[in-house]
Design a protein around this ligand. Sequence first.
Ligand SMILES: *[C@@H]1O[C@H](CO)[C@@H](O)[C@H](O)[C@H]1NC(C)=O
Ligand SMILES: *[C@@H]1O[C@H](CO)[C@@H](O)[C@H](O)[C@H]1NC(C)=O
Ligand SMILES: *[C@@H]1O[C@H](CO)[C@@H](O)[C@H](O)[C@H]1NC(C)=O
Ligand SMILES: *[C@@H]1O[C@H](CO)[C@@H](O)[C@H](O)[C@H]1NC(C)=O
Ligand SMILES: *[C@@H]1O[C@H](CO)[C@@H](O)[C@H](O)[C@H]1NC(C)=O
Ligand SMILES: *[C@@H]1O[C@H](CO)[C@@H](O)[C@H](O)[C@H]1NC(C)=O
Ligand SMILES: *[C@@H]1O[C@H](CO)[C@@H](O)[C@H](O)[C@H]1NC(C)=O
Ligand SMILES: *[C@@H]1O[C@H](CO)[C@@H](O)[C@H](O)[C@H]1NC(C)=O
Ligand SMILES: *[C@@H]1O[C@H](CO)[C@@H](O)[C@H](O)[C@H]1NC(C)=O
Ligand SMILES: *[C@@H]1O[C@H](CO)[C@@H](O)[C@H](O)[C@H]1NC(C)=O
Ligand SMILES: *[C@@H]1O[C@H](CO)[C@@H](O)[C@H](O)[C@H]1NC(C)=O
Ligand SMILES: *[C@@H]1O[C@H](CO)[C@@H](O)[C@H](O)[C@H]1NC(C)=O
Length: 386
Amino acid sequence: MCRSTYSPCIILLCITLIQVPNFATSLSNAFQERDRVALQAFKLMITQYPEGVLNSWNDSHHFCDWEGITCSPRHRRVTVLDLKSKGLIGSLSPQIGNLSFLREIHLSNNTIQGKIPGEIGRLFRLEALYLSHNSLVGEIPGNLSYCSRLIGLYLGRNKLEGSIPSEFVSLYNLKELAIQENNLTGGIPHFLGNITSLEAISLAYNSLGGNIPSSLGQLKELKSLGLGGTIPPSIYNLSLLANFSVPENRLHGSLPPSLGLTLSNLQLFQISNNFFSGSFPLAFSNASNLQSLEILGNNFFGKLSVNFGDMKSLAYLNVAINNLGSGESDEMSFIHSLANCSNLSFLNLVANQFKGALPHSIGNLSSQLDRLFIGGNQFLEAYLRK
Ligand SMILES: *[C@@H]1O[C@H](CO)[C@@H](O)[C@H](O)[C@H]1NC(C)=O
Ligand SMILES: *[C@@H]1O[C@H](CO)[C@@H](O)[C@H](O)[C@H]1NC(C)=O
Ligand SMILES: *[C@@H]1O[C@H](CO)[C@@H](O)[C@H](O)[C@H]1NC(C)=O
Ligand SMILES: *[C@@H]1O[C@H](CO)[C@@H](O)[C@H](O)[C@H]1NC(C)=O
Ligand SMILES: *[C@@H]1O[C@H](CO)[C@@H](O)[C@H](O)[C@H]1NC(C)=O
Ligand SMILES: *[C@@H]1O[C@H](CO)[C@@H](O)[C@H](O)[C@H]1NC(C)=O
Ligand SMILES: *[C@@H]1O[C@H](CO)[C@@H](O)[C@H](O)[C@H]1NC(C)=O
Ligand SMILES: *[C@@H]1O[C@H](CO)[C@@H](O)[C@H](O)[C@H]1NC(C)=O
Ligand SMILES: *[C@@H]1O[C@H](CO)[C@@H](O)[C@H](O)[C@H]1NC(C)=O
Ligand SMILES: *[C@@H]1O[C@H](CO)[C@@H](O)[C@H](O)[C@H]1NC(C)=O
Ligand SMILES: *[C@@H]1O[C@H](CO)[C@@H](O)[C@H](O)[C@H]1NC(C)=O
Ligand SMILES: *[C@@H]1O[C@H](CO)[C@@H](O)[C@H](O)[C@H]1NC(C)=O
């Protein structure tokens, strides 16, 4: 369990304090002093703060008034440490684990180096840990699993390695796990499917390898998924899924024919630069909330028969560098339906096998359209013949 452990000298101090009249106040002062010492230790390991953000961290004021610090009103203990995007350079002091009232740590977008201290596991009240976009190295400490109230864990865009700690299975309140853009290995663990509170998983751009475990199909609350591996069919059944993003992940296989039906909340579908093949599912016509469809750089072939007419929010459509096209005379009729997408701003059909006549309705595409790429096909010739 998550327990704060107090050093013998603190206990001794507490016993001494029993002598003084206002015991509660003195005890509270002792804990505040522990917070102050921990914050000073934190500052000591931040070697540069170009925006001067830590200048206010001096003893002329109570630490609750220091920049980036929020305290609980009653106990005057640190509950939020927020120094995101402050240009901090340095590393994390293990003493951060002494700030036992901390609920949120916001340190994203700095240059924090070194390892994530396992002492963070002592912060049993922690709900959100934002460390993304830093230069953290080493393994993700399994000790973070002691933070059983954790709702959001954001470690993306660092240089972390090793595998996703198996201890994380006990993080039963976790809703968002974002550890993309690191150098993690060891596969996507099956146990992630047991953390049924998960709503968003982002694991893309790692070296995880292996398959996506079918257990992820148990995550009925999942709204956003970004990862690598081979996609098991159960994933495509998740009806709340809005954002499906698996670019550049060496994925292969074909998409199940019913995809658009089961993913009725789909907003982003990004699978560019993989090895997907087969025909592109007709059922996509039902994904009426789609905003972005990116299938660039795969091996889809045959007629693109999707009707885009119900996708009123579609803004970005990129099907370039596939083998789409059947040679049937009406194969470009999907262009008619695109005329309904009044927000369409990007359309790329480059380098496919489209041969059919390019319909006149291409002139009726959205007035928002600012990029249109159609080269590397054979339909212009066919059109001119008409
Ligand atoms: C100490 O912090 C206060 C603001 O809390 C600031 O006005 C003052 O300049 C700081 N002192 C030093 C020596 O940086
Ligand atoms: C990152 O922090 C810098 C300041 O250090 C800021 O200029 C930049 O906008 C921040 N980037 C993001 C994505 O927040
Ligand atoms: C704070 O944490 C450090 C390292 O985790 C520990 O050695 C130290 O005893 C703690 N200090 C206090 C005052 O509790
Ligand atoms: C890991 O967390 C436990 C429980 O909070 C704590 O007792 C222990 O000191 C932590 N380990 C390290 C290496 O900080
Ligand atoms: C990732 O880890 C592998 C194996 O440890 C290493 O060869 C590779 O250079 C690392 N890549 C990055 C981007 O750090
Ligand atoms: C995950 O849940 C399954 C049952 O749903 C159970 O058999 C398995 O042991 C659990 N895995 C872990 C790592 O707890
Ligand atoms: C999906 O992506 C869109 C566009 O980036 C974003 O507005 C939306 O919040 C995302 N939805 C979820 C559930 O992550
Ligand atoms: C997907 O859902 C359908 C209909 O509910 C069901 O028949 C099918 O077995 C499910 N597939 C997977 C792989 O879970
Ligand atoms: C779209 O969904 C409806 C049911 O809601 C279904 O009857 C129809 O076949 C689907 N269209 C496609 C193209 O799959
Ligand atoms: C375009 O939208 C209208 C009205 O929303 C709809 O009736 C029509 O079927 C759509 N066109 C196509 C090609 O889907
Ligand atoms: C079109 O785009 C604008 C601006 O991004 C947005 O406010 C509007 O809701 C979009 N319309 C649809 C139908 O999605
Ligand atoms: C383009 O739109 C206009 C006005 O809505 C319509 O009259 C015309 O038939 C459309 N042209 C094509 C080729 O769809």
